[in-house]
Ligand binder design. Structure first.
Ligand SMILES: [Zn+2]
Ligand SMILES: [Zn+2]
Length: 384
């Protein structure tokens, strides 16, 4: 089995991928990936490696200031023609742009069809918006990250708000990722916490993946799990330097988050990066949307979800409970759909109908169920 835990980024993203004893071919669609100090200067090389000539650069006000302007200058200096679009703030009660219809529409309406790719300069939301726009226009996309706050950089799913409901849309994953640790280290401290939160979640995710394999025989790859464990080990060794904004500690968060994306692409399921802790975050976002109140950064919520999940795991351990198929099936037989529907309606109010409709869709098994419990993971899975 391939030893992903000891491979370089370059080896991990080689185009031919790897055949593996787990039965799956592990391939990642990235054509360019680099993480480190001063790496933003490689933006013209990344575009060339993708075989593109004219990027449509998308930022918001914040990311323009921290990296967009620099990207604009680098492209101009390298003679790369490009257009810049800065997504304006739409919601007066928030200092963040939303991953929603209005912002997506703004990008599409301002898109210059002479551009042959999207270049997102930002972290979660800007990258997610570009993935959707890239899919809609049939162009590839790449990203220059500005915060190591979540693991969606390399994934092909976008965490969007559609008609005020949180959804995962599956579309174009970036073909290029540049994460300059000197830029990332200047991100707001909460975003660094968020990145750490989304990474510590992988302890649960990998553990849960293995338990599911033991209980249900679900697909599992020890090499991919090993890749995640190695990234966690590397991060934990330097995590104490995050409060000082040490670029190398921040690079370890960034690398872990990108490797989570690579792990998901390799495994073709979200299991390597997402477990019960992500359900907590997903539910809190849906509840916030229903109530019209802001929600916190994905990684912060996931970090709190990790602590809550740890409590459940500790309880299971203290109970002496050993997970097995018979117990899991007994638990599933106790599931009462009517009771569940009543609870969804009580908690989610006016958005409950849409949530229930999503659950009833025939393709439901291609997503993780929001019901939690022993559900089947899937080729697409809920984004992490
Ligand atoms: Zn494998
Ligand atoms: Zn996540």
């Amino acid at each position: 089995m391939p030893d992903f835990a000891n491979m370089s980024l370059r080896e991990l993203v080689r185009p031919e991928g790897y055949t593996c004893g787990c039965g799956r071919a592990h391939v990642c669609a990235l054509k360019y990936l680099n993480i480190g100090r001063g790496i933003v200067r490689e933006v013209p090389q990344m575009i060339a490696a993708m075989g593109k000539k004219r990027p449509f650069v998308v930022c918001d006000d914040n990311t323009w200031a921290v990296a967009g302007k620099r990207v604009d200058e680098l492209l101009t200096a390298a003679g790369v023609e490009h257009r810049v679009y800065i997504v304006p703030l739409q919601r007066p009660d928030s200092d963040r742009i939303a991953p929603a219809e209005w912002e997506t529409g703004g990008i599409i309406m301002n898109f210059d069809p002479a551009c042959d790719m999207f270049l997102a300069v930002g972290s979660g939301v800007v990258n997610d918006l570009c993935k959707v726009a890239a899919h809609a226009t049939g162009r590839p996309c790449a990203v220059v990250g500005t915060a190591p706050s979540m693991d969606g950089y390399a994934s092909n799913s976008s965490s969007m708000e559609l008609n005020h409901v949180k959804v995962s849309l599956y579309n174009h994953g970036p073909e290029g990722i540049l994460l300059d640790s000197e830029i990332l280290a200047q991100a707001p401290m909460r975003m660094l916490w968020a990145g750490l939160g989304d990474m510590v979640a992988k302890y649960i995710a990998v553990c849960e993946w293995r338990i599911c394999h033991l209980v249900t025989g679900e697909y599992y790859c020890e090499s991919v799990a090993g890749l995640m464990r190695a990234a966690l080990k590397k991060l934990m060794a330097v995590a104490h330097r995050i409060p000082e904004r040490d670029p190398d500690a921040v690079a370890a968060i960034a690398e872990g988050l990108v490797l989570a994306g690579v792990g998901m692409a390799y495994a073709q399921v979200s299991r390597p990066a997402s477990g019960l802790e992500h359900y907590f975050s997903h539910m809190w976002e849906m509840m916030a949307l229903e109530r019209g109140v802001p929600y916190d950064l994905h990684g912060i919520q996931v970090g709190v979800g990790t602590l809550l999940t740890m409590q459940i795991y500790r309880k299971l351990l203290a109970d002496g409970t050993v997970p097995d198929r018979a117990r899991a099936e007994a638990h599933m037989r106790c599931f009462d759909p009517a009771q569940w529907e009543r609870e969804v309606r009580r908690i989610f109010g006016k958005t409950a109908g849409q949530i229930l409709a999503i659950e009833e869709r025939p393709a439901r098994t291609t997503r993780k169920s929001t019901r939690g419990g022993w559900t089947t993971s899937s080729p697409t899975g809920t984004r992490s």
